[in-house]
Design a protein around this ligand. Structure first.
Ligand code: FAD
Length: 532
């Protein structure tokens, strides 16, 4: 069989792989981007159903000084709108407009928890401090996406004055790496208040990351045409720079000694450099070392065992609704990106020790127990609600609204449900319960107007993008995290024990998300370009 040869092969056509591919192709390299699915973008994806456009992954993007500068650097024109956020608990809803809304958030919490005013103020004070640090961190266009050889004004007027402030901010940020739940226990006594503030974050989310969320709410934007449009635009650019794209292809074997890859059709590809932009457990299970140097072999085995013993972060359940109500009905209640908690009680132990008990005693649990747990879980949870039509009216047919409602959940639960053959019943029960919870609280007319409903579960995510534990942001934040998680060391996060193989994306750095996936994609591309 013919062997295809490339300067660099990138495996995984999510946002990280697309970034590496576009920059390497722009630099004149002969590249190949291999993607398992028909479409590129991975978790940056929009799709259509009966004239409604929805997001399969991330609902809106935070530029974080990275995404918009990258688009500018690549000369990609994308019309964007702000993806305005609302926060709601029971019948109290706050539309976040600007930085002053933090005071209204404080008032909303005090209104809900009048006995905890002092604790609320302590929390708001920490948030304000973090917002100042974020202004420094994301306050300039990331230098990685600037041509520093040409832009002296940027170097002397922006970058150099910013560096000392950046280093001070980084020092403070690194001291706030403890799990958010633990941090809140130190400043807030009321467990319900702690839950309302934190239950929509992943387990053990680093405090800095969680406290920075108010700033991120203000940074969210939505590309007209859907979040996935950004992936389509990158694909166009890669083609423009003569990069090769290979969809519907899964890499099943790597021979690091011979520098070859094998795909699921037994086709062989030869590379000088390889960028792995997909799940790292897959990489460490399919990579063979052959006669590579024994020191490299030892280092590889050490990293392999760390990676294989680590867990992915929690996954997500998403309900998609096609509703026969106009956008104006939903717009009169909240913005198109809405974090809503129907009960101020909070989840308490429902999503932690109770869920663990269910999973650990699975053999002795009957179906009714699981379903009754589910009811309490959904009545007290926080939902991320996205209404694409409120960001871009072209997302929906006239007079109708598409809604995505999601919540964080353990992959392991769905795995057990599948094994017990309860998966489809559970999935339907989740869908129906969410509709009834929201119809009894915030969207009273919802239940009677749902025209079609469907959902994506952690299993769907795992099957679609092949991510360990159906994870959506890479590794679990519960220590030990097997990759670099200090921002000032992010440049090293793309290295593997093998010098011409790089790792990028949500599995390469933690905590991740779209901006860090892009950043690592660019860092690896730069290393390869510099090498040449
Ligand atoms: C519901 C939801 C909400 C989110 N919210 C946010 C948010 O608010 N902010 C934020 O920053 N991030 C958010 N994220 C996370 C963000 O979407 C991801 O971290 C990011 O898109 C990851 O990009 P990636 O390229 O690293 O990985 P992926 O998107 O997972 O891409 C990996 C690609 O590799 C392909 N692949 C896997 N194995 C192989 C193989 N063997 N051969 C070939 N191809 C392979 C997969 O099909 C996939 O396309 C959210 C995600 C979800 C699902």
């Amino acid at each position: 069989m013919e062997k295809f040869k490339y300067d660099t092969i990138i495996v995984g056509g999510g946002i990280a792989g697309l970034t590496s591919a576009v920059y390497l192709a722009r630099a004149g390299q002969k590249i190949l981007l291999v993607e398992k699915n028909e479409e590129f973008g991975g978790l940056v994806n929009s799709f259509k159903s009966d004239g409604f456009r929805f997001e399969a992954g991330v609902r809106a993007l935070e530029s974080a000084g990275i995404i918009l500068p990258m688009l500018k650097d690549l000369n990609i024109q994308l019309e964007t709108v702000r993806s305005k956020v609302s926060l709601g608990v029971e019948n109290k809803i706050l539309n976040i407009e600007d930085v002053n809304s933090i005071q209204e958030y404080r008032n909303m919490l005090v209104n809900l928890f009048p006995d905890d005013e002092i604790d609320v103020d302590k929390f708001i004070k920490s948030m304000r401090e973090i917002m100042k640090l974020l202004d420094v961190l994301y306050g300039i266009e990331n230098p990685l996406f600037k041509d520093l050889k040409k832009d002296y004004k940027y170097i002397f007027k922006t970058l150099l004055p910013w560096l000392p402030k950046f280093l001070i901010a980084i020092g403070k940020i690194n001291r706030l790496n403890m799990p958010f739940e633990k941090y809140l226990q130190g400043i807030i006594k009321n467990p319900s208040l702690r839950d309302i503030i934190s239950q929509h974050f992943f387990k053990a989310t680093p405090t800095f990351f969680a406290l920075s969320y108010f700033s991120l709410y203000l940074d969210y934007f939505y590309p007209k045409g859907g979040v996935g449009f950004i992936a389509d635009k990158l694909v166009e650019k890669i083609k423009e720079f003569n990069g090769e794209l290979l969809p519907n292809t899964i890499i099943i074997e790597i021979d690091a000694y011979k520098q070859i890859l094998v795909d699921n059709k037994k086709q062989i590809y030869e590379y000088k450099n390889l960028i792995w932009a997909a799940d790292l457990k897959t990489f460490y299970s399919i990579c063979k070392l052959g006669n590579l140097d024994s020191k490299i072999q030892a280092s590889f085995e050490h990293t392999r065992s760390q990676i294989m013993n680590s867990k992915g972060s929690e996954s997500v359940f998403s309900l998609y609704l096609q509703v026969g109500l106009p956008l104006s009905y939903f717009n009169s209640i909240a913005h198109g990106h809405f974090f809503y908690t129907p009960s101020m009680n909070g989840l308490g132990n429902i999503h932690r020790s109770e869920l663990n008990t269910l999973i650990n005693n699975w053999k002795n649990i009957d179906k009714n127990e699981v379903f009754s747990w589910l009811d309490r879980f959904l009545e007290n949870n926080t939902f991320e609600i996205s209404i694409p039509g409120l960001k871009d009216t072209s997302s929906v047919p006239d007079g109708k609204t598409g809604i995505i409602v999601s919540f964080i959940i353990e992959y392991e639960l769905f795995k057990k449900l599948e094994e017990a053959d309860w998966y489809n019943d559970f999935r339907k029960a989740v869908e129906d319960k969410i509709i009834s919870v929201l119809s009894e609280s915030v969207y009273k007319k919802l239940k009677d107007n749902v025209e079609k409903q469907f959902s994506l579960t952690p299993i769907s995510i795992k099957n679609r993008i092949n991510s360990t534990d159906g994870s959506i942001v890479g590794w679990s934040f519960e220590a030990p995290v097997p990759v670099i998680h200090k921002i000032q060391r992010s440049d090293k996060s793309v290295l593997t024990p093998i010098k011409n193989i790089f790792q990028v994306g949500q599995w390469a750095y933690s905590p991740s998300g779209v901006p860090m996936s892009i950043l690592t994609g660019k860092l690896a591309a730069d290393r390869i370009i510099r090498k040449k």
